[in-house]
Design a protein around this ligand. Structure first.
Ligand code: SDX
Length: 443
């Protein structure tokens, strides 16, 4: 009977070690016993960017990158996108089960009661330049919220965690809307508790002088589905940031600000903004061959393409592409869709992309919809952060209560100087020698 172990022979010593295999992994700490002598620290793994390292055990989201499968707590993403709402999906992600009617109503009420921001938050936000990027405003404002809720530090108290979860999910759309209105010099629109989560967000963004804002139901549903699709995605860069920062036992506002900062990057959630900017730069289908050539020459990336896990079509991209045409029925066709569809067609027939298993990801088509909905490209990463807040909080809470987890503290392979003694300034090398040393990519 095959044993769930791996035998490792260290050829430096001829010794063999038997390591247990659990969930398709070996514990990295089991390698530390492999030493050449008793002075030896023991073996470690070297895994830059953690491409082959399970950093945690999680029951929240399952992805099969080869098959293009994505499930939240076991439910396939296409079923949730078709049948659920964002708040119901957020409940599922955070609590682990679909709510019954009573629990969904209570969850919706509790979040709705936390959509308002402390008046001082507005003053804080108005300290940003008029042209501040809304994602930078969101990161800063979420971090600032930690000063309004000092009780949030009691992270081992489940009721305290639950209260901060409601506050953050409730307040993210308000912060986003305030950042947008501030950028246009428009007055803020207070939350309208009569509207749905997405309807209220659209109201805070776009309401002008009308007494009661009524969102277009097609656009409201499109935003709801986009929020469902962006709610979580297992151990992506920002979820990892949330867990790592949260592992120091800091409050969830500070951890969420760190996660939003990670999402802001153009290789992560900032890609939706970059993808639309790229499509606009290409401008028309006849310019695509020249652009593809520049990508294949390594001069730039095809933004919205590729994924660390999906080596097949991102299931979310398929759904988003379909929604685009539903939105265009109301808003009018965004001509960038023609450039995007042709770009996808050409790329998916090109050996460079095929050999690297590069397919459209969640960010390739989402920006085209957001633009058709009237959002500026700079708001796109914020539109990613709002729904992802429920995923970040679920990952954070799972990490807080996981007995396997301690403060995140990786090791390193040291490549620096061996010990050397202090040198008085008078005897240090001449500037040109020092300059060459510094220019050797060390700064
Ligand atoms: C998100 O992790 C998640 O789950 C994230 C996310 C989520 O929901 O949380 O799904 C959201 O962040 C989606 C990704 C959005 N980013 C982009 O669209 C930016 C463009 N994509 C790339 O930067 C890249 O594909 C990444 C960052 C997404 C993934 O990069 P990897 O896994 O580190 O892959 P890699 O850089 O090692 O690429 C492998 C090869 C390289 O070529 P070679 O060196 O082998 O010749 O593929 C090439 C890369 O140059 N490549 C691309 C490319 N992506 C990878 N070439 C051109 N265009 C691209 N987009």
């Amino acid at each position: 009977m095959a044993k769930d172990t791996i035998s490792v022979t260290d050829n430096r010593t001829g010794k063999t070690y038997e390591l247990p295999i659990e969930n398709g992994t070996i514990r990295a700490m089991d390698l530390r016993q492999i030493k050449v002598d008793k002075e030896d620290f023991g073996l470690m793994t070297y895994d830059p960017s953690l491409g082959n390292t399970a950093s945690c055990k999680s029951a929240i989201t399952f992805i099969d990158g080869d098959k293009g499968i994505l499930r939240y707590r076991g439910y396939p993403i296409d079923q949730l996108a078709e049948k659920s709402t964002y708040l119901e999906t957020a409940y599922l992600i955070v609590k682990g089960e679909l709510p019954n009617r009573e629990h969904l109503d209570a969850w919706t009420y509790n979040i709705t009661m936390h959509t308002m921001l402390h008046e001082n938050t507005k003053k804080f936000m108005e300290g940003f330049r008029y042209d501040a990027h809304p994602m930078g405003m969101l990161v800063g404002t979420v971090a600032a919220l930690s000063t309004f809720y000092p009780d949030a530090k009691d992270i081992h108290d489940i009721e305290c965690r639950r209260l901060q979860v409601r506050r953050l999910i409730g307040k993210m759309p308000t912060i986003a809307a305030y950042a947008y209105r501030y950028s246009l010099g428009l007055p803020y629109v207070q939350p309208d508790n009569e509207l749905t989560y997405c309807g209220n967000f659209l109201s805070m963004l776009f309401r002008m002088t009308e007494r009661n804002y009524k969102p277009n139901p097609v656009l409201e549903r499109a935003l709801e589905v986009l929020f469902i699709l962006h709610a979580d995605h297992e151990q992506n860069c920002s979820a990892n940031a949330m867990r790592a920062v949260g592992s120091s036992r800091v409050d969830p506002y500070s951890a969420t600000a760190a996660a939003a900062a990670a999402l802001y990057g153009p290789l992560h959630g900032g890609a939706n903004e970059e993808a639309v900017n790229m499509l606009q730069e290409i401008g028309s289908a006849d310019k695509i061959p020249a652009f593809i050539k520049s990508v294949k020459a390594g001069e730039r990336k095809l933004m919205g393409f590729g994924h660390r896990v999906y080596k097949n079509y991102d299931p979310r991209a398929k759904i988003i592409k379909k929604i685009a045409y539903e939105v265009f029925e109301v808003t009018g066709r965004n001509p960038l869709i023609d450039v995007a569809v042709e770009l996808e067609r050409i790329a998916l027939e090109d050996e460079y992309f095929i050999s690297r298993k590069l397919y459209p990801n969640v960010d390739f088509y989402s920006g085209i919809i957001y633009q058709a909905l009237g959002f500026p490209a700079s708001l796109f990463p914020v539109l990613f952060a709002i729904p992802r807040t429920s995923g970040w909080l679920a990952q954070w809470a799972e990490n807080v209560i996981d007995p396997d987890q301690k403060i995140t503290r990786p090791r390193q392979i040291f490549t620096g100087e061996a010990e050397r003694s202090y040198v008085p300034i008078e005897t240090r090398p001449a500037p040109q020698t020092l300059e060459r040393k510094l220019l050797r990519g060390r700064l």
